[in-house]
Design a protein around this ligand. Structure first.
Ligand code: BGC
Length: 878
């Protein structure tokens, strides 16, 4: 079908953002790919996608779906479809894609890719939840013999989950490469399971399935016994199916080496209690294993298949320093605040206990300072087998830490070492940023680590103290920056489902955390925030899907959230207090002076401003869906919020709205009756504070953009690089390797995490204004984007790149004597508009696919800057 002269084939084929996913259950599949064409002007003009039930059918059919040669206007890099078949459980679908360029030249076909559906209906699950009565952290084993020879096996799948966390082995081999499973969800709504292909792991004769259970979030918030659900399906060539897991009696249970295993407290593991060979065939010690029973108290959430990348260990860090602070007590520094655990290598006597206590900072005496963890003990204990070198790492706990204090009882063995294991939801890396100012590179790295450290099935507020929850405010405030660092396609899709599940039928969002934060108690008892609807926090349900759409152009994901977005907008417009919405109780959290002074940002303003922004976005969503009436309604409501905010909060005397945060929101959400005066008011306030911000986590997200997009990049630059309190340079000066919760580094240890994503929202600004890569909201997924870097004094060069859905977008500028060089990379199917600083928006340069080297004399630009610095409108970009 193709010839040697054909263009390079599409590559990086993905389904819902994942390569060859197994066990998915989304009704809409989004197939996407990259076109590796870098020839100048290369643009796809058409694509063809074929889907088949068998790999061999891809070339000649029969096909399940053949898109035919369809114009690439809307789908040059993806196609989304909803399958009609009612019952598609377990179905594997193969697919391939090819494309044509602007001169109608065809590409080669891509390599075949596939996706496989999971168990879509509750009836597909024949295996019950099982638990071991009286054994809180059991080992479970099931020995079985195959019904037929291995050679006759056509397909074998293991569907498995465990609450709170599990690890599984088949014939002694660990199943899957996931570090922590299942994903954290509201177990009364959904429980994630994993699908594994195990054809090649099955043996003639005896086989053994083994599962170890840890508490995870489940025990902490729901207080149930740990339990597992496991279904092994073996299909033979003669059409018969062997099913394992359906009968609890086939399983046996015994206490394992885990004495405790919980995300907050930590893990206690006694290697003397290991049962060598328990998860392999030929195990002789099964006589004293007890029965397993059906867990009737299992939460009734629907089983759900793979939605996002699993949590994996992505980096192993060696210590950078170690100090013996007291005899036998060593504090090891990894030089980096990370989320995960330590891997211990040790050799010593039987029964020696090594204790590892974790913390982000050290006290004055050099010991780990754990008070900031509040109720989280963050301590692991390992008791040695004493039979030579031992390597151990926990299986069911994690925490944020930089230091580990290693202590031995009665004394540390002579031979020991530790390594830091960093783990998180393994989203593909997307962005790179660097510049000539090392302070900003450090800031970028700290943000990057903070995002990784706080992506554990959801965006968490922090990874160390007794919270670690999916706080929605933190999540949407960091979403734009996260999407510059990582590909959040699948991860956000997972979390948005959690978020939608907190919405009630009336369209109100009544949780500030997703999954809801269940607090102490043996029954399902919601955290107090569950009753509250802090609009700024719950805005995540609208802001994240929209941000995601702008970055990835993923309509399928937006469509999943659209009904909830529109219902929520209607709910807001129907409130008795509309258009001034009184639904805020957190405010501009951690503004400068928090805890000592009253929040200078009015809560009514905050609620109404976020209602406005959500309604404006809802209008865009309605428009995209062809819902003209909905779009019109949203326009009317948006205008009502705008008017009400201006009338109620605009101060005619000053042109401001009462605080830096309020001014920034007025500019960004567009409710100031006089933008020029509001901008001047904001700038004056910053200047009066010596170039420092005063914003909390909400205002900070909008402040820099409000300044830069309105012609005062110079002030934003000053704020970002300001030395001293409050600001990011102060954070770095204090030694932060991740972003801190508060502007103050040492204040209030009850609530001063050193690994909190929210204030990292400055990260997107580095990409957008220093490297100058700015997406065009009217051409999502970087179909069109702007390259418009600013060149602040003192910066010699800056560069960034993003792996977008269309391919690599890159920008690098560098001073070169009297000139500035700019190199821009535009992927196939995209265009970029280049605008030099100060240049009028009416004379931009349009670039197509390829890498472009541009050069401008520096003096010219300076002249333009000198002339045009007040012309804010000409430089305004969204
Ligand atoms: C969290 C925050 C969160 C807040 C809500 C805190 O304890 O750590 O980041 O958004 O609660 O007030």
């Amino acid at each position: 079908m193709t010839t040697a002269a054909n263009l390079a084939a599409p590559r990086s084929l993905r389904v819902n953002g994942l390569p060859n996913p197994l066990g998915i259950d989304a009704s809409t599949r989004r197939l996407s790919w990259l076109l590796p064409w870098d020839r100048a002007g290369a643009t796809p003009s058409a694509v063809r996608v074929v889907l088949a039930a068998d790999r061999d059918h891809l070339t000649k059919g029969p096909w399940l779906l053949d898109s035919g040669k369809c114009p690439a206007a809307q789908s040059e890099s993806d196609i989304a479809f909803t399958e009609r078949r009612e019952h598609a459980s377990r179905r594997r679908v193969w697919w391939q894609v090819m494309a044509w360029d602007e001169a109608d030249r065809p590409s080669c076909w891509s390599e075949p890719a596939f996706y496989e559906m999971g168990l879509l209906s509750a009836d597909d699950w024949h295996s019950p939840w099982i638990a071991a009565p009286g054994v809180p952290l059991p080992l479970l084993r099931c020995a079985f013999v195959l019904d037929g020879p291995v050679a006759d096996i056509l397909r074998a799948r293991l569907y498995i989950s465990g609450l709170g966390l599990y690890q599984a082995w088949l014939n002694g081999q660990q199943v899957g490469e996931t570090a922590r499973a299942p994903d954290y969800t509201d177990y009364w709504k959904r429980i994630a399971y994993a699908t594994h292909t195990v054809e090649t792991d099955l043996l003639e004769g005896e086989n053994v399935l083994g599962i170890a259970l840890g508490y995870g979030w489940f025990e902490r918030f729901a207080y149930g016994d740990s339990m597992a659900r496991c279904q092994l399906e073996i299909d033979y060539r003669d059409g018969t199916r062997q099913l394992l897991g359906a009968k609890a009696q086939r399983w046996q249970a015994a206490p394992g080496p885990w004495r405790s295993a919980d995300p907050y407290r930590g893990e206690s593991y006694d290697a003397r209690l290991e049962r060598p060979g328990w998860n392999r065939p030929g195990y002789a010690g099964a006589e004293d294993w007890g029965p397993v029973s059906i867990a009737h108290s299992a939460p009734d959430g629907a089983m759900c298949g793979l939605v996002c990348e699993p949590i994996r260990v992505t980096e192993t860090l060696p210590p950078v320093a170690s100090r013996e602070i007291r005899p036998g007590v060593h504090v090891v520094d990894f030089g980096q605040n990370l989320t995960g655990w330590a891997r211990l290598s040790v050799e010593g006597h039987l029964g020696t206990q090594v204790r590892m206590r974790f913390a982000e900072v050290c006290a004055e005496d050099g010991s780990v300072f754990q008070a900031s963890m509040r109720g989280a003990e963050c301590t692991d204990r390992y008791v040695l087998r004493g039979e030579g070198p031992e390597i151990w790492e926990p299986s069911f706990t994690h925490r944020g830490f930089r230091y580990v204090q290693v202590e031995g009882f009665p004394a540390l063995p002579a031979v020991w070492s530790v390594e830091g294991r960093a783990a998180h939801t393994d989203m593909p890396r997307r962005g790179h940023f660097a510049c000539s100012d090392e302070r900003l590179n450090r800031l970028h790295r700290a943000i990057d680590w903070t995002i990784r450290d706080n992506t554990m099935s959801v965006t968490t507020d922090c990874p160390q103290r007794d919270e670690r929850q999916g706080w929605l405010g933190d999540g949407h405030l960091i979403a734009e920056t996260l999407l510059h660092h990582f590909d959040g396609t699948a991860f956000h899709r997972k979390w948005l489902r959690d978020i939608r599940e907190t919405q009630d039928e009336a369209g109100n969002r009544w949780g500030a955390c997703a999954p809801p934060w269940y607090s102490c108690g043996r029954r399902r008892k919601p955290h107090r925030y569950r009753q509250q609807a802090d609009l700024v926090w719950t805005a995540a349900g609208t802001l994240i899907p929209w941000e995601n759409y702008l970055h990835h152009g993923d309509r399928a994901a937006l469509d999943e959230s659209a009904p909830a977005i529109l219902a929520h907008t209607r709910y807001l417009a129907g409130r008795p207090d509309f258009p001034l919405i009184d639904a805020v109780d957190i405010g501009d959290h951690l503004f400068v002076g928090w805890g000592k002074e009253k929040d200078p940002t009015d809560y009514l303003l905050l609620g109404s401003a976020f209602a406005l922004e959500q309604t404006r976005i809802a209008g865009r969503v309605a428009e995209l869906r062809g819902d003209r009436t909905g779009a019109r309604e949203c326009e009317v409501w948006t205008e009502a919020y705008r008017q009400a905010l201006a009338v109620r909060f605009y101060d005619n005397a000053t042109g401001g709205f009462g605080s830096q945060t309020a001014d920034a929101l007025a500019l960004q959400f567009d409710f100031s009756p006089d933008r020029g005066r509001t901008l001047a008011h904001l700038v004056a306030d910053i200047e009066a504070r010596g170039g420092h911000l005063a914003t909390g986590i909400v205002g900070t997200r909008y402040l820099l953009e409000a300044l830069s997009a309105n012609g005062r990049f110079d002030v934003a630059w000053r704020v970002v690089t300001a030395e001293g309190y409050p600001g990011w340079m102060e954070m770095l000066k204090n030694g932060a390797t991740t972003i801190t919760e508060r502007w103050s580094y040492w204040d209030n240890w009850e609530m001063n995490s050193h690994n909190h994503p929210a204030l990292g929202s400055v990260g997107a600004w580095l990409f957008r204004w220093l490297a100058g890569i700015r997406l065009d909201p009217d051409a999502p997924g970087y179909r069109h984007f702007h390259i418009a870097p600013e060149l602040p004094d003192g910066l010699d060069w800056a560069e960034a790149e993003l792996q977008t859905v269309r391919g690599r977008v890159a920008s690098r500028w560098e001073r070169d004597g009297e000139s500035v060089r700019l190199r821009v990379t535009v992927p196939a199917g995209a265009t970029a508009t280049v605008q030099w600083p100060g240049e009028s928006a009416s004379s931009p340069r349009r670039l197509e696919c390829g890498t472009h080297d541009l050069k401008r004399p520096l003096l010219d630009m300076q002249a333009i800057l000198d002339m045009g610095v007040d012309d804010a409108d000409s430089r305004k970009q969204k």
